[in-house]
Each structure stands twice: as structure tokens, then as C-alpha cells.
Design a protein around this ligand. Sequence first.
Ligand code: SF4
Length: 397
Amino acid sequence: IAGLDMESGAIQRRETRAVRVGDVLIGGNNPVVVQSMINEDTLDIDGAVKSIREMHEAGCEIVRVTCVSMAHAHAIGFIKHKLRDEYQDVPLVADVHHNGLKIALEVAKHVDKVRINPGLYVFEKPDVKRTEYSKEEFESAKNKLRETLKPLIISLRDQDKALRIGVNHGSLSERMLFTYGDTPRGMVESALECIRVCEELKFGNIVVSMKASKVLVMLAAYRMLAKRMEAEGMQYPLHLGVTEAGDGEYGRIKSTLGIGTLLAEGLGDTIRVSLTEAPVKEIPVCYSILQGLGLRRTMVEYVACPSCGRTLFNLESVLHEVREATKHMPGLSIAVMGCIVNGPGEMADADYGYVGKKPGHISLYRGRTEIRTVAEERGVEELVKLLQEDGVWVEAP
Ligand code: SF4
């Protein structure tokens, strides 16, 4: 059962099948995958290659590119070749919108995954005078979507590539809006409809997303989808994101609320933080969310008290010094605590501790065992020495 295990405090992830995107696997027992999207013009092949490479080197494991025309689809073919020749084969996703069948079929030859938005894939021109959507009209529009999707699904299936069914709250089709309103339910029905078409064609390399800019809408949509998929025995991985989250601190907090909440409930197999900033800045936020939830350990975990009247040294600057000296050793956890009153007990099982002992002196801990007391000015140097003695120290690259 997916969710937070109350006994162990560990996250039990929802069971899904693994979907391959290039050399990366989404879902199954694989780590939650970090992905993002470049904002270069895809037609600028050199610029796009540079951006993709930059993102990949920063830790972005799957990179998405926009594909709005046939020229873009061809350009992505060149981008993929150039990456292979000059760097490496980065898993690429093409984002196809509006009446994109021909474009999607072309780009599917070059990328590892195609993303479509079911609300836009078959464009239904909104009829402003419409006051109802009859059952017959609904069925006929649904059939049109099915027929339009079929060639793409067959192509992806035959090439063993993947599809993201990327539903967005702000772009549901007209008939979904009429039938279910602008609601999480409308988003879920839209996704399920596409999934069923894939299943009819025996295609299962599907990842599904339910993005919204409102955190609560996004949470409701993903939860409802997970329930409905469970009821129907569907085990497709989920791609999580809060779309149009904005920038700065608030954009990061909104993204963390949406993505982090669902991950803690065991939902989500790949994440994208959408910021109105350089895309490369999204990557550390993704890794911090995953690290904070214990889903991936890609950096050193620092535990530090907030400081108070008992603090025996300048916590902020010491934490900074400790981080600068040790941040290149992912997997390790180090606590920096201002005093011994609460310090040792509250180090959250850190591997090592740096704790204020008495004015001018700090104690170093290995786990919960006090190892030695040293003068504060030699604290960081002595911590490094302890790590060396224990054989865990590695030189910074
Ligand atoms: Fe204050 Fe000590 Fe707790 Fe830090 S560990 S907040 S210094 S009591």
C-alpha cells in the first residue's frame, strides 16, 4: 500500500511498471527521476545542444524540448545526433501540441519519449454559443481523438519508445469542460480516456501527469487518478509537477508543497519543478525535495539547530564552513549543534556531529559517541581529521 509507513516513517512508493526513456527507467523500483525542459528555440540546434548538455551535467536526467512544427521535429533529429557525436545520448522528450499528429510521428523517430496534451492534441474549436454537449457529440469527439492518437501510439509501441499523457488543468478539451467542469475529475477522465486507447493497442510505455498551477487542484487530480488507476489495475508511473509555479522562494515553496506532498504519499516516479528562471536552477530544487524526503541521497545531509541563547558559537558561519569542507561527499550526514543541552540527543542519527561544549570549545561526535573536545578555531580542521581517520574522507574534486 502506497503512503507513509507509520511504524518506520519510510515512504512506501506506489507499485508501477518501469517505463524506459532512453537509458533511464521511470517507475518500478527505480529512483525518482529528475527532469526539466530547455527554453532555447529548438531550431537553434547549437544553442539547444548547449542547453541540453548544461542541464544534463547539472543532474537533469531527462530533457524535454519544444516541438511545434515539422521543422522543429527535423531539428530535434539533428540535436540528437549532435549530442551523440559531441557529448552523449541524453534521453530526450519532445513536447507536441495542437493537431500534432504528423509532427509527433516525425519527432517520434528521433526522441525517446513524446509528450502530448490530450486537451490540445485534437483541437476542438470552442463554440462560444454552446450551452450543452450531447452524448453523441461527446462520443464522436472521443472517437476522433482515438483515431488521431492511434498512429502515434502504434509508432511509439513499434519503436519501444514512451508517451507522456500530460493533462493540464488550464487546457482541458471543450467536451471535458462541458461534461465535468474545470475540475480534477475532468483532468482524470481526460487522462483515462487516452490510457484506454493505449491499452486497446497493447501499448504500456506510458507516464501520466496532471499538472495545475493551483497546488490543491494538482494534489486532488493526482490522488484521484492514482485511485482510479488502482481500481482499474493500471500501473503507469506518474510525472509530478506544479505548473507555472512562478519564481524565487514562492515558486520553490509551491512546487515543494505539490510535489513533496504527493511523494510523501508514495505517489510520483519522476518530477519537474517549473520555475520562471533559467531551467538549470530547477535541478537543485528537485534534488533537495528528493533528499528531504529520503528518496535520493545525492548530497550531504546537514542537520543544524536554529540556535538560541545557549548557542556557544556562530552557528551560521560554522555551518557554512563545515558545508564548504564536506559538501563533496554525498551520502554522509553531519550535524552542527550549538550546545550540548539538546545537541547530542537531537542530531537525528547523523553520522558525525559538531557540538558546542563550553565557551571556546566544541565536541566532535561519531554517531552518538563523543570522540574529542577541541578548541573552536580548530573545529572544522579536526572534523576533517576525524573523517580521514575513519576512512570516509574523500578529496574534493
Ligand atoms: Fe539552543 Fe542548544 Fe537547541 Fe541549538 S541545540 S537550539 S543551541 S538548545
